[in-house]
Structures are given as C-alpha cells and as structure tokens.
Design a protein around this ligand. Structure first.
Ligand code: SF4
Length: 443
C-alpha cells in the first residue's frame, strides 16, 4: 500500500509592489488617517500592570490575548482592568486557581464575547500553568498551543510580546483580511494566510506587521465599508480599485436614475394634468347641461316665455293692450261666425219678446256703436248722436258691428257675451276706445 505524502502548500509569489504598499500603510499609521488606532493604546502588550518580563506580566499578557478573541480592544481592556483590580497585586495564576471560582470570573469578564467559555479556559489554563510550568507560561510554540483556548495566533503573539521571540507572524482577522484585499495572499483562513505570508515576507517584518495592519484595519481598511477613497494605496490595491469602480458606477447610476425619473415624471405629470383638465371640462359641461335641462323641465316658461294673455284691459300700458287686443282678435276670428250668430239670435229673441233692453247693456252697445260713428265722423265730418237707445238701434248697431269691418269684432263679441251672460263684468268705455283706436280704421 502506497501512502501519499501531504502536498506542500502552493508557492506564493512575492508581490512586486508590496514594499511600496507597506510604506504607504506605514505612512498612514504614522501621521495619516490610520494613526492613533485603538490597538496603539489598548493592545494586549499594554494591558499588563505588573513588572515587564515577570511571570505575572507574561500571564496577564496571555490572559489578555485569550480575552481579545472576537472582542474589541476597548472591551478587552475593560475586562482586564476588572481582573487586575480584583486583587491588590493584580492578576496572577495563584489568584485564578485558589481565590476565585469560575462563576465570579465569568462575571468579571462578562462584557467580552464568549465570556463563559473564556472563563472556563482561563481557569483550566491557570491550573495547568501552576501544575506544569511553575506559575509561568511556556516559552515554546507547542507548549502555548497545548493550553485550552490558545491557538497559533495567540501563541506567536505571546512568544513575541512575553518572551520577545518572533517565531512566526501573528495573523488575526485584520491581517488576514487586509493581506487578501491587497492581493498579497489568496487564502481562506488566518492560519493559511500566516503560512503564505511567511513564504515571501522577510523575517524582519514578522514582528511588526501585526500591529501595523491591525491599526490600519481599525481606522481605514474596515471590515465593512473600507475607506478606499482616502486610502493612500488604493491605486495598488485590487480591492480598492474594484470598490472605487463600484462606487463611481453607483453614483453614476443614481444620477442616471434620477434623470430617468425626472424624464419620465415630467411628461407623465403634463399628460396627467391635461387629462385631468379635459375630464374637468367634460364634467363641467355635462353638469351645466343637466342643470339647465332640469330647470327647463321644472319651468319651461323661464326659458321661452309666452305672451301674457290674461292682462286686464285698461290696467296695462297701451302697447300691452294692443297686444292683448290682437290676441283676442285672433281668438275671436276663429269663433267669429259662432258668436255673431249667437249675438244675432239674442237680439232677435229680445226683439220678439219686446223686453226693454238692459240699460247697462244698451250703454255698452251705444259705446260700441259710437266707435264706428266717431271714426266715420272723423272722415266725413258727420256726427250721429244716439240719444234714445232702442232694441232696433241695438240691432242695427249689432248688425253694423258684425258687417262693418271697421268695428272691432272683439268688442262686438264681448258685448254679445255680456248680453248673454247673466251678470257680465263691467267693461269701461275707455277700454273700448283704446281697443277701437288700436284697430286701423279703413277709410
Ligand atoms: Fe483596504 Fe481599500 Fe486601502 Fe485596499 S484600498 S488597502 S481595500 S482601504
């Protein structure tokens, strides 16, 4: 059986411009927008309160590294402050093993991520250190990595800070993200990044690249939304060029989108306005038509007034009386023969019965008869005065009125009606005069 040996990691070619990029990041960390990063004041190497290069200093540095996983530097610093303040001489292996239980320890570091698991790791690590290492931390990579909750990154950094040994590159999430963005490596895990970097990065950079890129990642090359537009190395960064292209395209698209919206919205608004105006016009016209039609149905006389045929003779203006008389003449002409025969029959009946004529009736008949007489007098200069009205004169006047075209048929008809009516309404002579004057007298 042939066992295949594990394949070596693929060789990583040294980036051609990595030195220039490294110097650019250094300049940003020194006096640029990446200066004064949290790691510069709250890094794990700055959290110890004990004398440097002492066992307590090394243990506090290791505990700080264990707490910093998945936790911001400020939170890690606060938790370390609680632990160091718990005892007068600060955090020691002896205090963790004998003077505090896991629950209280968890409470002191409750603000960090995964604090319960970390409290358990710290408690077990302290017991191992007291039992196997005399209360100090191991000075080897294998010894550190054998401790609960201690990985390669913590081991390399602990060796570098506590024992001042740089055996490898401490690659945390910042170093892994930035080196991949810069195109220096193409890896998927921090450990693979460390191995890839160690193939080409000179050893004099191993000890300082961590704090350089951690601070740069905290201020500029953020995990989400890196500030590529102000980054001094964006021209040499593939990810930076991509982000800038996307940003430029997005802004252009937004502008085009706004322009498109305006280009569409304006005609739509115009068309909508015209449409609404047209609809309003139609509605107003229809409403007006319906309103006037309803008014016409209610009272058509308002729109097409008819001549008033009920005016009282003598009470209106002469012009109105003329109109009245004309209307009556028209009406009377239709029943002229009937009324004339009725009047003649009435006169004959009176004549045969020998009754004395009604004075009122005779007076009216006299007036009726005077109208043609007066007209004749005006033309011929002869005036006939009827001083003693009789049935014969009434008959003659009636006949004259019927036969003479100069006499108003309306007056004759009215007189006949009045004569036949038991209580006829009085008609003034002036009215008859007006009526006779209104009719043109033939010469
Ligand atoms: Fe990070 Fe952007 Fe700078 Fe590249 S250009 S290193 S992605 S901040």
């Amino acid at each position: 059986m042939i066992l295949s040996s594990p394949s070596p990691p693929p060789a990583v070619v040294e980036p051609t411009n990595w030195r220039a990029v490294y110097q650019g990041i250094e300049s940003m960390r020194r006096d640029g927008i990446a200066s004064n990063a949290p790691v510069d004041t709250m890094g794990c190497e700055r959290l110890s309160v004990s004398e440097v290069d002492s066992p307590n200093f090394r243990f506090q540095t290791l505990v700080g590294l264990m707490l910093s996983a998945q936790t911001k530097d400020a939170v890690t610093a606060a938790a370390m402050k609680n632990l160091n303040a718990r005892w007068s001489d600060g955090l020691t292996v002896h205090h963790i093993v004998h003077d505090i239980d896991e629950a209280e320890l968890d409470k002191l570091i409750s603000q960090v991520g995964f604090h319960q698991r970390k409290a358990n790791y710290i408690k077990r690590t302290a017991a191992i250190l007291e039992r196997d290492y005399g209360g100090d931390i191991p000075n080897t990579l294998q010894g550190l990595m054998s401790l609960p909750g201690v990985g390669p990154k913590m081991s390399y950094l602990a060796l570098q800070v506590a024992w001042r040994q740089t055996l490898g590159i401490g690659v945390d999430t910042h170093v892994h993200r930035i080196t991949n963005r810069l195109g220096w490596v193409h890896t998927t895990t921090p450990e693979k990044t460390r191995m890839a970097l160690e193939q080409w990065l000179p050893k004099e950079y191993w000890g300082k690249i961590n704090i350089l890129l951690v601070g740069f990642g905290q201020k500029v090359c953020l995990p989400v939304g890196p500030k590529c537009s102000v980054c001094r190395v964006n021209s040499a960064c593939p990810e930076g060029r991509r982000v800038l292209r996307v940003s430029l395209a997005s802004s252009t698209n937004i502008t085009l989108c706004r322009l498109d919206v305006r280009a569409i919205a304006y005609p739509v608004a115009c068309l909508t306005g015209e449409y609404l105006a047209l609809v309003g016009c139609i509605c107003c016209t229809a409403f007006s038509f319906l309103f006037f039609f309803s008014q016409y149905v209610k009272s058509p006389d308002k729109f097409f007034p008819l001549p008033d045929t009920n005016v009282t003779l003598g009470d209106e203006h002469p012009d109105d009386v003329k109109v009245k008389v004309k209307v009556e003449e028209k009406e009377m002409s239709e029943g002229e023969s009937e009324m004339s025969s009725a009047a003649a029959a009435a006169a004959v009946a009176v004549k045969e019965e020998g009754k004395e004529a009604d004075p009122q009736f005779m007076k009216q008949e006299t007036h009726v008869k005077q109208e043609p007489m007066q007209a004749d007098e005006e033309t011929s200069g002869h005036r006939e005065v009827l001083s003693a009205p009789s049935i014969s004169s009434a008959l003659s006047s009636t006949d004259a009125a019927v036969t003479s075209p100069s006499v108003s048929m309306a007056s004759v008809t009215r007189s006949s009606k009045q004569f036949l009516t038991p209580s006829p309404p009085p008609v003034s002579a002036s009215a008859h005069m007006h009526a006779s004057e209104s009719s043109p007298h033939p010469s």
